[in-house]
Design a protein around this ligand. Structure first.
Ligand SMILES: *Cc1c(COP(=O)(O)O)cnc(C)c1O
Length: 446
């Protein structure tokens, strides 16, 4: 990571980036939507490509000087099409959320009916949650998951029959199973809806062949490029052969929805970085990486269970685990878990669990995953160790319980944070982890 120019121009920013690099290196990154991207991806992100305006699409730009930018974008598109086996790809979405909004624009009129997985059951905001633009401008219904975390397909079928959606979303942000594309496709086809597979979390697993591709089942695929796919922050949308059969103009509609519908000029430095990430994702090495993510997640699940932690679904089929902390802290105690992990040098996030007995703000679970640790070269043996650290950190707060009275909660959490800060066991784990991580380099950080 070369910061020499920042160092001579802006010591304030320099110091902060150095601190963040240290944090990324010395801790265990367990947030399942995060990863460490490659130095080559970062070089494109920091390159002169950021200087250019190129509103429009290749050969149809509103600005001059796009001869080379056109080729960069076409390279990224070609690689996306090959990697995911689709006939149409758009690599301009700034990130996953605008990519998803573009799908509503391409397939629906404002007020049209859309189905998606409910946020507190593992769905994403952009699948129609009430505070998201997608829930405000479209008539959205959320389907739910059963106690084991699996989508309730009887409910999806019932909602589809009753409300005749234009668009159905599958894919999630806290889901421990392989996405059931066939079942969703059967339901979407039976009511004539578009099926959009949002593979933001699992794109890397699909690229690696560790998970099945949605290309034969969905009409549309959307993804982020920065999660398991390990590229720069960004988004992509794709139309499948099935999608173009349903609507031959689908690709064109998606392109128009991104620009001029939602965005202005594409981020060409990001497009270049996506092209590199897609090239990397097509290698043998990445295949191994994708499979190892899943092996590691299963090993981490075993270790956690052996150390007394309950998991939603009792394990995982992908990169992600959802810890049900009700047996440890009672309802609503996810924040105790994320706090002790943070103090012990591990980053994860509090999360709702199926049938959440707390609330979205005071959820009862913690979500974690293995993509970032796997990038650092950790394997099953290391996961066993990590599981022990996680479990012992969590147990350090087992005597805390969220008050039932709403007004008492925030002061109680503040008091908890003050008390737990000096915990010696957590400090000891943090130090052990700092030593342990020295053997597992982070790409781009010395
Ligand atoms: C992360 C995620 C998104 C949104 O991505 P951003 O880049 O944060 O906007 C969309 N859908 C799913 C399922 C996600 O997990």
């Amino acid at each position: 990571m070369n910061l020499s120019h920042i160092q001579s121009e802006d010591l304030d920013l320099y110091a902060l980036i150095k601190k963040e690099a240290e944090r990324q290196k010395e801790g265990l990154e367990l947030i399942p939507s995060e990863n460490y991207t490659s130095p080559a991806v970062m070089e494109s992100m920091g390159s002169i490509l950021t200087n250019k305006y190129s509103e429009g699409y290749a050969k149809k730009r509103y600005y001059g000087g796009n001869e080379f930018i056109d080729n960069i974008e076409l390279l990224a598109i070609e690689r996306a099409k090959n990697l995911f086996g689709v006939p149409h790809a758009n690599v301009q979405p700034y990130s996953g959320s605008p990519a998803n909004l573009a799908i509503y624009m391409a397939t629906c009129q404002p007020g049209d009916v859309v189905l998606g997985l409910n946020l507190t059951d593992g769905g994403h905001l952009t699948h129609g949650w009430k505070v998201s633009a997608t829930g405000i401008f479209y008539k959205t219904y959320g389907y739910h998951s059963k106690p084991d975390g699996r989508v309730d397909f009887d409910e999806v079928r019932k909602l589809a029959k009753e409300h005749k959606p234009k668009l159905i979303w599958c894919g999630a942000t806290a889901y421990m199973y392989e996405i059931e594309y066939e079942q969703f496709a059967e339901i979407a086809d039976s009511v004539g809806a578009f099926l959009a597979a949002d593979i933001a979390h699992v794109a890397g697993l699909i690229a690696a062949g560790a998970h099945k591709s949605p290309a034969n089942f969905a009409h549309i695929i959307t993804t982020t490029t920065h999660k398991t796919l390990r590229g720069p922050r960004g988004g992509m949308i794709m139309a499948t052969h099935k999608g173009l059969e349903k609507d031959p103009e689908l690709g064109d509609k998606m392109d128009k929805a991104v620009f001029p519908g939602l965005q202005g000029g594409p981020h060409d430095h990001q497009t270049g970085a996506i092209a590199i990430a897609l090239k990397e994702a097509a290698t043998e090495e990445f295949k191994k990486y994708g499979h190892q993510i899943v092996k590691n997640a299963k090993a981490l699940a075993e270790s956690l269970k052996n150390n007394g932690i309950k998991l939603v679904g009792n394990g995982t089929e992908n990169h992600l685990l959802l810890l049900d902390l009700v047996p440890v802290y009672g309802p609503g105690g996810g924040a105790f878990g994320s706090e002790v992990l943070e103090l012990a040098g591990m980053t994860a996030n509090k999360n709702t669990i199926p049938g959440e007995p707390g609330s979205p703000f005071y959820p009862s679970g913690v979500r974690m995953g293995t993509p970032a640790l796997t990038t650092r070269g950790m394997k099953e043996k290391e996961m066993e160790k990590v599981g022990k650290w996680i479990a012992s950190a969590i147990m350090e707060a087992k005597d805390y319980q969220l008050p039932g009275v709403k007004e008492d909660r925030s002061p109680y959490l503040s008091k908890f944070k003050k008390e737990i800060k000096g915990n010696e066991t957590l400090k000891k784990i943090r130090e052990e982890i700092k030593q342990f991580t020295k053997d597992f380099p982070v790409p781009g950080i010395e």
